[in-house]
Every structure is written in C-alpha cells, then in structure tokens.
Design a binder for this molecule. Structure first.
Ligand code: ACO
Length: 401
C-alpha cells in the first residue's frame, strides 16, 4: 500500500472547482455579462440596442470582427455568407442514413462531422484567411443543414437555399416550403426569427462555447470543434431547455395546474425543475428573457396566434417569482423560457427548438474559436482532478479474486 503523503507534490496553486463556477478558462473581448445587474454586451454594445437596431448577420460580423461593419463591409459579408449556403451533395447521405424520427440535433452534429471530413485535407489553420472562411462557411451552412434535417424527419425532399432572401427568410423558406406550392413567407415571422437569433448569438463561456474552445485548443478541425459545441448545447440543462420548456408547459396544460408544478419543482426528490428557470451567471432577470417575453406578446398578436400555453407560462413565471424558494435562490426566467412559444407560433416544430438555438449560437462559437486561434496565451485545455480512487496495488490473477 502506497502512503498518499509520499506521492509527488503538485506545483503551484491547485483548485477544486466542479462546474467551473469560479474559474476563468481564457481571456475574451467578445461578450460581457454582469449577472447581478442583468447586463449583456456584445463587443460593448447592449443587447437591447442590438435587438432594436441591428440584424443577425450584422451581429455575426460584430462578434467575429469586433466592430460594427460599414455598409460596404456588411454587403461583402452578407454576399459571402450567401455564396456559401450550399452543402456538398455527398454530405446529404449522412442525413439520409438516419431513421425518420432521428433527432435533428443528432443530424446536425453528424453533418458538421461530415463537413470536417470535406474541409480537412487542405485546411491550414495557420492561415487567417482559411480560418475566416471556415467561420463564414459554418454560419452559412448550419441553417441549410438544419432545414434538411427537419425535412428528412417529415419525409420531405431536401430544399435548396434561396439566395435572393435574407438569412432568416431563407431559413424559414427552406424549412417550410412544400414541393410544387408557392410558399408565402410572413415578414413578421422572419423579423421575429432574426431577433431571436440575435439574442442567442453569444453568451461568453457557456458550456457549448467552452466545449468549442476546449476542442479547438487541441488544434482540431473547426467544423469538428463546432460539432462538439452542438453536442454540448443539446442537454436540457443548456440549449435543450427550450424544447423541455414547451413539453413542461404542455404537461402543466392549464393555469389551474401552475401552483402544483411550482410545489413539485421545490421538492428536490421529485427530480423536476422548472425548465427555463435559473442561470449559472444571472442572479437577476436574464435581459434576453425580458426581450423575448415582450416579443412573445407582440409576435403572437401580430401573427394572430392565440396560444393557451402563453397564459400558462405567464402564470408560472408570476407564481415562481413570488415564491420564497425561487426568490432566495435568485431563480428567474432565462432566454429559453418564452422562446419556444415564439418558435411554435412560427410553425417550427418542438424537436427543432434546440437546432434553432444552434443556428443563433454559431457566430458566437466561431468568434470564440477565431479569438482563441490568435491568443498567444492559449494552450491545450487540460483540467486536473482530485483523485479519490485506490492507491497503487498489485494485480490479482483471475483465479485469486
Ligand atoms: N427549478 C427548481 N430549482 C432550481 C432550478 C429550477 N429550474 N434551477 C436551480 N434550482 C435550485 C437548485 O436545486 C439549487 O437549490 P439548492 O441550493 O437548495 O441545492 C439552486 O437552485 C442552485 O441551482 P444549481 O443547479 O446549483 O445552479 P447551477 O448554476 O449549477 O445551474 C442551471 C444552472 C443548470 C441553469 C439550473 O438553474 C437549471 O437546471 N435550470 C433549468 C434548466 C434550464 O433552464 N437551462 C437553461 C439554462 S440557460 C441556457 O443554457 C440558455
């Protein structure tokens, strides 16, 4: 038996921080959050101002480049994104290999893996132009893949990106158009989607972005790094919460059942949490949730949608915000709480909700990956552990066990 005190001593300070609640893994100039005040800035610009005045592609440019584009820069950026919306036909067989009820997040992860195979051999990560092009391709192609995944799940043929449309309109058209029928796009729906994408575009070192950075720190292919970010996003504690919120609201069903849902969420043994509530960083109202909340009312009214689940959501928020359990723990609605109701009003099926989050978050992922590639202090991410297992012991032959 080895005396643990005689094992080699670690050098330097060693911290134990499960969930990285107090450990900065990098320096970043992209997004600032003040969780106590409910402040969110992209490159210094308040999210409220970007939501009111900007558009998703301009925000994508801002995240990647650090500054808002001039009209000429924006036009060139938009043209380049539009130019790269097509996905190589050989990758489509990956989607075709899925059962029709395969989850679209699984298809997105696999398709990004396939792109890492397509854009691999000649990819020189030391070349800034090639890095930039990878980022552009990812922002351009993720909606095309997302739409193809959904269409596969309903047995529709793949549709091609309409490059005469803006980013959000193009995605909605690809998703919803029916073969041999004229598709009429509702501009209110496109505007609402664009706004939701802005609100999801970045959120500093969240689980999926940290995953992209961790994988990126090994020098891995950027498409593979983003595929791993999509996988991290899928969990219900992260981006999967928007799908879980809608399922929860449906289960609650009517305002009369809200009180018992709140009681259940307070009981740790129930294994039930209020989905769309709570956040690691925000200990105040999530500023994105405040914007989505207002938007939900506006969009549903403009689209003439009367969704009884909105009433359930409002009563649930009201009840939780008055409850001592939620007040004490500073649990407020997060961005996912209301977003599902808007997606639903836009005719986007619930299995696609987390994919929608992934489309929005792609500029954030690639901006962080690009920033990391330029960071002279960046090194391979390699957390340590506090070992709790057996100390060194001798192998026991099978007949002696
Ligand atoms: N419902 C009920 N209780 C909750 C909830 C909730 N939604 N969220 C946290 N709590 C409780 C915990 O049980 C814990 O209570 P305790 O101190 O008595 O043990 C306390 O609040 C703190 O919760 P933690 O899980 O320690 O907080 P953490 O920062 O680790 O987790 C998280 C944050 C994962 C977002 C959590 O609040 C949660 O699970 N929320 C529901 C899922 C969700 O909405 N996720 C989306 C996050 S935002 C995003 O990714 C876009």
């Amino acid at each position: 038996c080895v005396d643990i005190a005689k094992l080699p001593k670690e050098t330097g300070m060693f911290t134990y921080d499960p969930g990285f609640t107090a450990t900065a893994s990098c320096k970043s100039a992209i997004t600032y959050i003040d969780g106590d005040q409910g402040v969110l800035l992209y490159r210094g610009y308040p999210i409220e101002q970007l939501a009111e005045h900007s558009n998703f592609l301009e925000v994508a440019y801002l995240l990647m480049h650090g500054e808002l584009p001039t009209p000429t820069e924006f036009k060139a950026f938009e043209d380049e994104i539009t130019h790269h919306t097509m996905v190589h036909e050989s990758a489509n067989s990956v989607i075709k290999g899925f059962m029709h009820d395969g989850h679209p997040m699984a298809m997105l992860i696999s398709m990004l893996g396939a792109l890492s195979g397509i854009y691999h051999n000649d990819l020189d990560l030391d070349d800034p132009e090639q890095r930039r092009l990878a980022a552009i391709r990812l922002i351009a192609k993720v909606p095309t893949i997302a739409a193809a995944s959904y269409r596969h799940s309903i047995g529709f043929p793949k549709s091609y990106p309409r490059n005469d449309l803006d980013y959000a309109s193009r995605f909605l058209t690809m998703l919803r158009e029916v073969p041999s029928e004229e598709f009429e796009l509702n501009p209110v729906a496109a505007k609402a989607l664009d706004l939701l994408l802005i609100l999801h575009a970045d959120h500093e070192q969240n689980a999926s972005t940290s995953t992209v950075r961790l994988v990126g720190s090994t020098g891995a292919n950027p498409y593979a790094s983003v595929a791993s970010g999509v996988a991290a996003l899928w969990g219900p504690a992260h981006g999967g919460a928007n799908e879980a919120v809608l399922k929860m609201l449906k289960e609650i069903g009517k305002p009369e059942n809200v009180a018992s849902a709140v009681e259940k969420a307070k009981n740790k043994d129930s294994g039930f949490r209020l989905m769309g509530f709570g956040h690691r960083v925000y200990k105040n109202y999530d500023p994105r949730a405040a914007l989505v909340r207002k938007m939900t009312h506006d969009v549903l009214a403009q689209l003439n949608v009367n969704d009884p689940l909105l009433e359930v959501a409002m009563r649930l928020e009201e009840a939780a915000l008055k409850d001592e359990y939620f007040v004490q723990r500073k649990l407020y609605p997060n961005v996912d709480f209301y977003s599902g109701l808007i997606y639903k009003a836009l005719g986007i099926p619930v299995e696609m909700f987390t994919v929608m989050f992934a489309i929005g978050r792609t500029p954030g992922w690639v901006a962080h990956w690009l920033e990391q590639q330029l960071d002279p202090e960046s090194k391979i991410g390699r957390p340590r552990q506090v070992y709790t297992g057996a100390v060194s012991r001798d192998y026991v032959p099978v007949d002696k066990r």
